[in-house]
Design a protein. Structure first.
Length: 65
């Protein structure tokens, strides 16, 4: 399936938000995910389905000092 992830087209075999993060090697506890303009609660990542052409934004937390 093809998704728009952070503004770029991406081909993926993932069917859920959690699967997408796992496929990309992203730790769920370190990101916020927006799917079609809605923030997905972390506890729903594994059961939130993706659909063809969906817009996904993955925002990482960055520490600094």
């Amino acid at each position: 399936m093809r998704l728009i992830v952070n503004g770029e087209w991406l081909e993926t075999g993932a069917t859920t938000v959690g699967g997408l993060l796992e496929e990309r090697g992203i730790l769920p506890e370190r990101v916020v995910v927006e799917l079609e303009g809605r923030i997905v609660p972390r506890e729903e990542f594994e059961r939130t389905p993706l659909s063809e052409g969906a817009r996904v934004e993955i925002v990482s937390f960055v520490g600094g000092g």
